[in-house]
Design a protein around this ligand. Structure first.
Ligand SMILES: N[C@@H](CCC(=O)N[C@@H](CS)C(=O)NCC(=O)O)C(=O)O
Length: 311
């Protein structure tokens, strides 16, 4: 038992990546359902501004972005690792491309007009307008989450065709067991497959459908609902990890204790400010003090984030 708390909402594909991984690892967890749009009053005290979904909490340690969340879960539950030795570089590159570029393709497919006709989220005009306004804020100043449907469709079909061919020789994308690449690919597919109106996009790709079914069978996992206020209380009563180092000072001239901010480089440009606790080529940790929860350590993967000195 590792006292994992997942801050998520049911419709979120990146949350589904983590829900499925926790199920695959037979790791039970608590889950706080957060709002699908801002404001997120029980999340901001933990992250200090990072607003994307999901976020994982273990006591007063807060993990932003599924790349680092998956790493931590795999470290805590090392049986059946999803990072098998020997292919780390290829796996990381392919999973990152899938979570960024291919996800962007899937967003265009998932939000095409045909997909929205009976979509629960878009039945109430006011709720739909609030959602669109929120996502406009999320992507303000970015081109990394939008793509024309006409551009996206051939990319989507091309990648599914390649996946289908690849699955001819193995049960999972890189062999007999699932790796991080399967989980990244799964949540992108889930986003579209989850909507009956556009599920036929998978019909020509029988091996992808069989793989999708194999992956789904790991779920649904063992979760217990937790109130946001209770998660804040858990953070307040815990001490964050004190692991600290600045292993990249020669690259970024920043030392442990420096005032910094960390922000995604793709979209959701809301910075998290605090003191540098750890910097390495794989991870950044911001130590911050919050009125409601006291001291927290906010962890980010290095890839996909930038750190700026506030000194
Ligand atoms: N790189 C991030 C992407 C997360 C992401 O874009 N999540 C979507 C939901 S699936 C999001 O944050 N949407 C806006 C929101 O939930 O407020 C990760 O891997 O966690």
């Amino acid at each position: 038992m590792h006292d994992i708390i997942l801050h998520h909402y049911p419709e979120s594909p990146f949350s589904e990546k983590i829900r499925l991984l926790l199920a695959y690892k037979s790791q039970s967890y608590q889950a706080v359902t957060i709002p699908i749009i801002m404001p997120k009053p029980d999340l901001m005290p933990l992250t200090g501004g990072y607003r994307k979904t999901p976020v994982m909490q273990i006591g007063a340690d807060i993990y932003c972005d599924t790349a680092i969340i998956c790493k931590v879960i795999d470290r805590l539950c090392p049986d059946d690792t999803i990072y098998p030795a020997g292919s780390q570089a290829v796996m990381t590159a392919a999973a990152n491309w899938t979570d960024t570029f291919f996800f962007r393709v899937c967003v265009a497919v998932a939000f095409q007009p045909r997909a929205l006709e009976n979509h629960a989220l878009f039945q109430d005009k006011e709720a739909a307008a609030a959602f669109m306004a929120d996502r406009a804020k999320l992507t303000a100043g970015s081109t990394q989450l939008t793509m024309d449907l006409e551009t996206a469709i051939p990319y989507f079909q091309g990648h599914l065709k390649r996946l289908d061919n690849q699955l001819e020789t193995s049960e999972f994308l890189l062999g007999a067991k699932p790796t991080i690449l399967d989980f990244s690919t799964y949540h992108c597919c889930w986003f579209i497959h989850n909507n009956e109106a556009i599920r036929d996009a998978f019909s020509p790709f029988k091996r992808v459908l069989a793989w999708f079914e194999r992956m789904s069978c790991f779920g649904p996992g063992d979760l217990t609902e937790l109130k946001g206020a209770a998660a804040l209380e858990i953070a307040r009563n815990a001490s964050p990890s004190s692991m600290s180092k600045s292993a990249t000072t020669e690259l970024d001239q920043m030392q442990v204790g420096d005032e910094i901010e960390v922000m995604p480089i793709d979209y959701g440009f809301q910075p998290v400010r605090g003191k540098l606790q750890l910097s390495s080529l794989e991870e950044l940790i911001v130590r911050r003090e919050d009125e409601q929860v006291g001291e927290v350590a906010v962890h980010f993967p290095r890839l996909g984030f930038k750190m700026t000195s506030l000194g």
